[in-house]
Design a protein around this ligand. Structure first.
Ligand SMILES: [Zn+2]
Length: 105
């Protein structure tokens, strides 16, 4: 049996690693390495599931192809009908976010 760390410690480590991976993922997109960017998001999601740390809301990524959404780089942002429309340029996935939630974050 391995030594158990307290849950709070595990979640702290998890949050740190998720944060780091999401930063690396964005970096990878900037360097034109979408394959790495997706891999980093996948690892971050794995850590999120294992440690039950939620993926940070303000760092959005495409739910379909797991690329970080970066307006002006790989996604298109439009406003229409009281919603923010985010379209992933890589796979065409569209997300519609109501303004209210946008204003809260
Ligand atoms: Zn996508």
């Amino acid at each position: 049996m391995s030594r158990r760390l307290p849950n709070a410690t595990i979640q702290q480590i998890g949050a740190d690693r998720i944060d780091k991976l999401l930063t690396m993922s964005k970096e990878a997109v900037r360097n034109g390495r979408d394959d790495r960017a997706r891999r980093y998001i996948d690892i971050a999601m794995g850590i999120s599931g294992k440690t039950r740390v939620k993926m940070p809301k303000e760092r959005r990524f495409c739910k379909n192809c797991h690329l970080p959404m970066m307006p002006g780089v790989n996604c298109t942002v439009r406003l229409s009908n009281h919603k923010v429309i985010m379209r992933c340029d890589a796979c065409g996935e569209v997300r519609r976010l109501p303004y209210i939630r946008e204003q809260r974050t």
